[in-house]
Ligand binder design. Structure first.
Ligand code: HEC
Length: 125
């Protein structure tokens, strides 16, 4: 590989890195279509909502507040029209992945069903 090719590869790599960082910096962040299309694996019944609420109270309430509105510190508002318009898959993706000050819970809350229970609970706020 001659110098020009190396230079060009570095330029392209730097440019792609810039594009990716830019996409990641968007707020509110959006779930990729494939993730947003994932179907909720847990039926939203009383047991699921009660289980989701227990986890929410322990792990999420300190930032998102009792009501899940934006008054508690975190800017997100689970009671808003915009939030409710998102698919279960999109919300699940955000809980798994985290963003900025929002922690990633994919491994912190190990069972997939528990994270779906939280999605079901957030729907009730
Ligand atoms: C340390 C504080 C903190 C904790 C704890 C936390 N979050 Fe968040 N969360 C945030 C912040 C800050 C954002 C907004 C991120 C952004 O857009 O910059 C957010 C965003 C979100 C969003 C996206 C909202 C939207 O508008 O699409 C969801 C869903 C969410 N949090 C769910 C949860 C759940 C469920 C838990 C508990 C398992 C949790 N969060 C725990 C701080 C927190």
């Amino acid at each position: 590989m001659n110098f020009n090719k190396v230079g060009a590869s570095i330029t392209i790599a730097a440019f792609m890195f810039f594009l990716v960082s830019f996409a990641n910096a968007q707020n509110p962040w959006t779930a990729p279509a494939a993730d947003a299309a994932v179907v909720n694996a847990v039926k939203s019944d009383d047991a699921s909502i009660v289980a989701g609420k227990a986890i929410y109270t322990k792990s999420c309430k300190m930032c998102h507040g009792e009501k899940g509105d934006s008054k508690a510190g975190a800017p997100s508002n689970f009671t808003s029209k915009e939030f409710k318009a998102q698919s279960d898959g999109a919300i699940y993706f955000k809980i798994n992945k985290g963003f900025g000050k929002m922690p990633a819970y994919k491994t912190k809350i190990a069972a997939d069903n528990d994270r779906w229970n939280i999605v079901n609970y957030l729907r009730t706020l």
